[in-house]
Write a protein that binds this ligand. Structure first.
Ligand SMILES: *Cc1c(COP(=O)(O)O)cnc(C)c1O
Length: 478
């Protein structure tokens, strides 16, 4: 990391971690239900934490998606949202803000990121196609595969080494990308880059990498799209870690990387600081027309796309707020601080800390549980049982897939447990409790059992599958 000094520089200049740049105006009561009850609920949920009622969760780190606390300004915008079916004032604000931030001409609203993916891939992909990405997020992979196409991950090798400290582990490997073009040629209709790289540890992509990927795409005559759910967090990392970027604003940096691409899909549930929303933005008029036509069938009229006017208004305000560097510094430092506390306990996680989450290394903590018994899922289940905390596996349950050439089942490189931090929601004290609880679960060691799948649906199985402890006993052996 530029590299020694980066970590120190990311701390507040006075040597303190920055305070929350906000104060609390509304609170929501949370409860820690008794252990006995957590045990029953976990068994009833068949060890799938997606099925545990939220009222029985003490600290919910399942996702940072749609879980942000909105600001007073966003709530005010919601109250004055314009609910006209067509051409509402809120749509104007939404479209103008996205055009300003991205520089793209056409904006297609939709209710969340996967709807944006479905629209774009439904228009551009067929079963002969191959889509390179640094690492496809789960819904992105599913939407590519649903068209019968192949989702190809091309992240740099550094991005696959959980222990390596490097500034831009989300970068795409240009070698792997060139190899993909050599091998698949015309079968590649577009390239995607996920910023930050959610499935690879929330690691950022450098401006230099976006520019280089752009060059490859130009040479091949193929468009580049950004999966930009966390574009502002990515821009913050560029500002702090990339040479020559220190004096630029978050907005300037973002505008530069958007400029290297032809369009983007966004889940507004992340960096737009809202509970629902998304969009596709792009320059190509023909494609935009196709998307709009499809949108009317799937989501709604092109000036609301499955959202209420007030939702559009909250997205527009959230997109302006997320560019605030002080907010971003606090946000990303909060995640780094959780990492530092885990370091004190010697709990291993993917390094360095990501922008929105810590990814615990379950493979390392539970070497006795093989990938086909899902060490990450087992850890997440135990974290709920022990502490009432909900986290999400990012490993074999989520990402095991068939090799495109041989058809054999391939496990992902890493078995991770993601502690995703909702924006503007939890305090440092609450996150200290999380770190301490993770250490307690790690200390269970071989008492913790793997899990077997009892039933699974045809796609995105981690959301709905049912599991049971391997060997028919307890999740945690006495
Ligand atoms: C969340 C996410 C998506 C999907 O968005 P939804 O709003 O959950 O449908 C796509 N890509 C990335 C990188 C994401 O983090």
């Amino acid at each position: 990391m530029d590299r020694e000094s980066t970590r120190a520089e990311e701390l507040d200049r006075d040597g303190d971690l920055p305070f929350e740049p906000y104060r609390v105006k509304v609170v929501e009561r949370i409860h820690r239900v008794p252990r006995q009850q957590r045990r029953r609920l976990l068994a009833e949920a068949e060890y799938n934490v997606f099925k545990i009622p939220s009222s029985a969760i003490y600290i919910d780190l399942l996702t940072d998606s749609g879980t942000s606390a909105m600001s007073d300004r966003q709530w005010a915008a919601m109250m004055t949202g314009d609910e006209a079916y067509a051409q509402s004032r809120s749509w104007d604000d939404f479209e103008r803000t996205i055009r300003e931030i991205t520089g793209y001409r056409h904006v297609i609203p939709c209710h969340q990121g996967r709807a944006a993916e479905n629209l774009l891939f439904g228009t551009l992909l067929d079963e002969t196609h191959v889509v390179p990405n640094n690492i496809h997020f789960d819904t992105t992979r599913a939407n590519v595969e649903f068209r019968g196409a192949v989702a190809l991950d091309c992240v740099c090798d550094e991005g696959l080494d959980p222990d390596l400290e490097a500034p831009f582990k989300g970068d795409m490997s240009l070698v792997k990308l060139e190899q993909a073009f050599e091998k698949y040629g015309q079968r590649i209709p577009l390239v995607m880059l996920t910023i930050t790289n959610n499935s690879g540890g929330g690691q950022p992509v450098s401006l230099a990498n976006v520019r280089a990927v752009r060059e490859v795409c130009l040479a091949r005559g193929v468009p580049l799209y950004l999966d930009c759910a966390r574009f502002a967090e990515n821009a913050w990392f560029i500002k702090r870690r990339e040479d020559g970027q220190r004096d630029r604003s978050i907005a300037e940096i973002a505008r530069e990387f958007f400029g290297y691409a032809d369009g983007c899909t966004m889940s507004a549930k992340k960096d737009a600081l809202v509970n629902i929303g998304g969009f596709v933005a792009l320059n190509d008029e023909k494609i935009a027309e196709c998307l709009a036509a499809r949108l009317i069938i799937q989501e709604g009229f092109p000036t609301y796309g499955g959202l209420a006017g007030r939702d559009l208004a909250a997205v527009a305000e959230g997109l302006r707020e997320v560019l605030d560097e002080e907010y971003l510094t606090h946000r990303i430092e909060q995640v780094a601080r959780l990492g530092a506390r885990l370091d004190e306990h010697g709990v291993p996680y993917l390094r360095p800390a990501g922008g929105h989450a810590i990814y615990l290394d379950a493979k390392r903590m539970l070497p006795h549980i093989p990938p086909n018994l899902f060490p990450g899922v087992s850890f997440a289940a135990a974290l709920y049982l022990e502490a009432g905390i909900r986290a999400c596996e990012i490993g074999s349950l989520m990402f095991e897939h068939a090799d495109p050439d041989t058809g054999e089942t391939v496990a992902p490189e890493m078995e991770l447990v993601r502690l995703a931090i909702p924006r503007r929601v939890y305090s440092h004290t609450q996150l200290d409790y999380v770190a301490d609880s993770c250490a307690r679960v790690r200390d269970l060691g071989e008492r913790l059992q793997g899990l077997e799948i009892v039933w699974q649906p045809m796609a995105l199985r981690h959301f709905l599958c049912r599991l049971a402890p391997h060997g028919g006993g307890e999740l945690i052996e006495p």
